[in-house]
Design a protein around this ligand. Sequence first.
Ligand SMILES: [Zn+2]
Length: 100
Amino acid sequence: MLHFARRVAIQQVRQIDRWIEQEEAREAEEQRRRDRAHAERRWKLEPQHGDRPALLHRGGCNTFETQVGYIGREEARIALAEPDIEPCGVCQPQTGLHGR
Ligand SMILES: [Zn+2]
């Protein structure tokens, strides 16, 4: 009888471990989603390389990973007005930046 009770308890622990795993995976996915959503509302500046001008990107653009963090809407607008900073052709950071 005790051996049976032990097997049941072990199965229950394994089931709980699976639930914990699923819950942790769900939380990690939710965190990634929040990070992406946050980045999408921000912009980032890629410094000039050689004869390539500095580029303004949307926060979520995959062509460039920022080392220094994101900038807000107002700084992005100012950056775009700079003659030596160009908008990225892939993520089109100027879309939605004018107005509002
Ligand atoms: Zn870009």
